[in-house]
Design a protein around this ligand. Structure first.
Ligand code: RFL
Ligand code: PHB
Length: 388
């Protein structure tokens, strides 16, 4: 087989890039290690920036998002038993959209299927080759090795895929910070405790109240790195969540059986550069942020925006300027989100070895955020997402 662009990974980055390319008449194929249902079973992000929504619209995948997504004009920080609202809309003129990554992925998969463009699921041993010359991708299926020749390879295969791994052997410089805690997430069919999100700093650890719809909630608790899902039956989760929320919020919390429960470690990671000849790292393949800033999926979307511009200009305008600028342009936005996610993580979590000094610094920053319009504006500007 021969295509213009071979995309490794059928997560939001790969699917969104594929759709934009297809719409522009640029031939592509997507390969994934697992199948559609497995990908749709992963519960992840929930907050979309305006730029992400715009890009999904541009791809033609925004219809259900606008029908079912929840527009949030504000977000809350809670500490010392009190909730403080940050008015995103008043401070920035922008809102965010609460719409699950699962739904984004499903909409993009449905659109791709309707367009009839090829996706190869359950592809084993996917490997990019010769990206400094004539690139091709190999994969195994039903005991047979296949080869796809292409002009470019988009590595949209997440943190553990082959694209980052081969880039590591070609001079990738990694910047990394591992945090000494994880997030235990629960999805439950209960009405959200608040109409907006609540990020809570508490001496027992961080908690987050998020949602997927008016009847489906997503909650998270900071847990130690060695915590296991089996150690957290539903009742223990709800009890601990109540303890970490302001009194009135805890009283209003509706609980019910979990429909998903999982633990995610937190880390920051950036790969430089994002381009290796004709191989590009996109989304989680190139960077990871802790979920505290709600930036991972949104960064995957902005990478796609920059790479698509480059590919479109290459094929339709015969210019490689945007493609050559991909790594630099994407990294500038990435480092900003990395810094924001790191600072939100520092601000809101209880570190295992937190000193009294560190504790007071955290309290001081929280009270500054609760009282200063300038501090709130800085947070809001980053939370709604910087322009592309
Ligand atoms: P994905 O979604 O990981 O997709 C990568 C795809 O590549 C496939 N793959 C392979 N394919 C072929 N061969 C191989 N060897 C392969 N290895 C892997 C995988 O099967 C998969 O289908 O990466 P992508 O597309 O870059 O998207 C990134 C986002 O998924 C991620 O950044 C976000 O989920 C992060 N994130 C959040 N981001 C936000 O913007 N807002 C949020 O509110 C938010 N909350 C979160 C999050 C991530 C979380 N976890 C679980 C880490 C909350 C959590 C708890
Ligand atoms: C989510 O709804 O899953 C979510 C929301 C905000 C975050 C992280 C996760 O910062």
């Amino acid at each position: 087989m021969r295509v213009q662009v071979a995309i490794i990974g059928s997560g939001p980055a790969g699917l969104l890039l594929g759709q934009l390319l297809t719409n522009a008449g640029i031939d592509n194929v997507i390969l994934d290690r697992v199948d559609r249902d497995y990908i749709l079973g992963r519960i992840r992000a929930g907050v979309l920036e305006h730029g992400t929504v715009r890009l999904l619209d541009e791809a033609g995948a925004g219809a259900r998002l606008h029908r079912e997504g929840l527009v949030h004009d504000g977000v809350n920080l809670a500490y010392a038993g009190v909730k403080h609202r940050i008015d995103l809309k008043a401070l920035t003129g922008r809102s965010v959209m609460v719409y699950g990554q699962t739904e984004v992925t499903q909409d993009l998969m449905d659109l791709r299927a309707a367009t009839g463009v090829r996706t190869i699921y359950n592809a084993g041993n996917v490997m990019p080759h010769d990206f400094d010359g004539q690139p091709y991708v190999t994969y195994e299926k039903d005991g047979v090795t296949h080869r796809i020749d292409c002009d470019f390879i988009a590595g949209c295969d997440g943190a553990h895929g082959p694209s980052r791994a081969v880039a590591m052997q070609h001079g990738l410089k990694a910047f990394e910070r591992v945090y000494p805690f994880g997030w235990l997430g629960v999805l439950a069919d209960v009405p959200p405790v608040d109409h907006e999100l609540i990020y809570a700093n508490h001496e027992r650890g961080f908690a987050l109240c998020s949602q997927r719809s008016s009847i489906r909630s997503r909650y998270y608790l900071q847990v130690p790195l060695d915590a296991k899902v089996e150690d957290w039956p539903d009742a223990a989760f709800w009890d601990e969540l109540r303890l970490r929320l302001p009194g009135e919020t805890a009283e209003a919390l509706a609980t019910g059986p979990s429909i998903e429960k999982s633990i995610a470690p937190l880390r920051s990671f950036v790969a430089e550069p994002l381009r290796y000849g004709r191989l590009f790292l996109v989304g989680d393949a190139g960077h990871i942020v802790p979920p505290t800033g709600a930036k991972g999926l949104n960064l995957a979307a902005s990478d796609v925006h920059y790479l698509f511009e480059g590919l479109r200009e290459h094929y339709l305008e015969r210019s490689d300027a945007a493609l050559d600028a991909y790594s630099t342009r994407a990294l500038a936005r990435i480092w900003n989100a990395v810094r924001f996610s790191w600072s939100m993580t520092q601000l809101l979590h209880r570190l295992p070895d937190q000193s009294d000094f560190g504790q007071r610094i955290q309290e001081s920053e929280l009270s500054w955020l609760a009282t200063s319009a300038a501090a709130q504006a800085a947070l809001a500007e980053n939370y709604v997402g910087l322009p592309y």
